[in-house]
Design a protein around this ligand. Structure first.
Ligand code: BYC
Length: 330
């Protein structure tokens, strides 16, 4: 159903016979796992798809700072505060690596930002959910960073060089993030009955939104086929979601917490856990801007952009002054 709602940049994979010589040569290179670099020839839709995916990922890192930043002033100890502060700073760094990778494709960071602020570009649906208690900092690290890692580890092998190199660095940091989240969950799960309850409540609220992070089910994914042919994506959305469930269930059991899914059961035949799908109507509503925090998140980004205008103008004026002085000296 969603397939009809979104504008696809290339849902049908072109057959080899329909490709131009350049396109065939390009596909051969991708198939041989030779990285595509910024100055290399690439099909227009490859470039567009990468800008969309990398840009969306960069925005997710930046918007993703908001729900966690919300808890920096309220972290329970100085140590927890320092750790959370460092994690939120890391997310800003990830955003920067990714904006830089996108810039190599001929789009500026300002253009991407403008598209985000005008609602023409997306960021991950997960960040439109609120973080209500300190246990949510645990659940975000454990589940949200956990889902992000599951998505991003294969992307280290993505076909576009600058994206794959950015991903190597990001994944190293994300695995620390996941562990710090799990450490918070462990502390809460082993704490007082009230803390245990908070941990379970955070898992209950974050579980299905985390499953949604992998995108719509394969039958509704408009981009997967072409993106996988170009190795922009390595796995389908459902493959990664299943892998995430398989790895996360034993972690929840170790914590003594219950995943909020009555249908969750290990399937001896497939070797996977069977699980309930998230509410896909809710997912599409969040994508349309109707999630619990969409308005707050975008307003916060718009305010940050407006408040930072004087810095950008100052830097630009300084750069222009230096360039003029250089010309005058020559
Ligand atoms: N949220 O055909 P599909 C992080 C859109 S976590 C919003 O399957 P595709 C962080 C999709 O864009 C960020 N939109 O598309 C973690 C498309 O719409 P458009 C993790 C979503 O592109 C912790 C439409 O639905 N990001 O940064 O093949 C702390 C149809 O989908 C979502 C990555 O890992 C969603 N969940 O696959 C701080 C980047 N799902 O664009 C920060 C990697 C789908 O046609 N990204 N859509 O209008 C990807 O692998 C892919 O872009 C997706 C979707 C899996 C997200």
């Amino acid at each position: 159903m969603y397939a009809q709602m979104v504008k696809s940049t290339g849902d049908a994979v072109k057959s080899r016979e329909d490709m131009s010589d350049d396109e065939r040569h390009f596909q051969d290179k991708v198939d041989a796992n030779i990285k595509v670099e910024p100055r290399d020839w690439m099909p227009d839709d490859y470039r567009k798809t990468l800008i969309r995916q990398i840009g969306q990922h960069a925005h997710s890192e930046i918007v993703g700072q908001l729900p966690e930043g919300n808890w920096i002033t309220r972290a329970p100890t100085l140590e927890r505060k320092a750790i959370l502060l460092a994690k939120v700073q890391d997310e800003a760094g990830h955003g920067l690596y990714l904006y830089c990778a996108a810039e190599t494709l001929g789009v500026t960071r300002d253009e991407l930002t403008e598209k985000l602020l005008s609602g023409r570009m997306k960021y991950s649906s997960i960040f439109n959910y609120p973080t209500l208690t300190w246990a949510d900092m645990g659940a975000v690290g454990w589940l949200v960073d956990g889902a992000a890692i599951m998505n991003q580890v294969p992307l280290q092998r993505t076909s576009y060089g600058p994206y794959s190199r950015a991903m190597v660095r990001i994944c190293k940091e994300e695995s620390f993030h996941q562990r710090q989240g799990y450490a918070i969950m462990m502390k809460m799960a082993q704490g007082s009955p009230a803390q245990r309850k908070m941990a379970q409540d955070a898992l209950n609220r974050m579980w299905y939104p985390s499953l949604m992070m992998f995108g719509p089910s394969d039958k509704d994914s408009v981009h997967s086929a072409q993106s996988m042919a170009w190795k922009i994506k390595i796995n389908t959305n459902d493959e990664l979601r299943q892998k995430f469930v398989n790895e996360t269930v034993p972690q929840a059991e170790y914590l003594g917490l219950t995943i909020p899914d009555e249908n969750l059961k290990f399937n001896e035949e497939t070797g996977n856990y069977d699980f309930s799908q998230p509410d896909w109507d809710e997912f599409f509503e969040v994508l349309k801007g109707n999630g619990p925090c969409n308005t707050d998140r975008l307003n916060a980004r718009r305010k940050a952009w407006d408040d930072g205008a004087w810095v950008r103008e100052g830097l630009l004026a300084h750069a222009e002054k230096r360039a003029a002085a250089k010309v005058a000296a020559e």
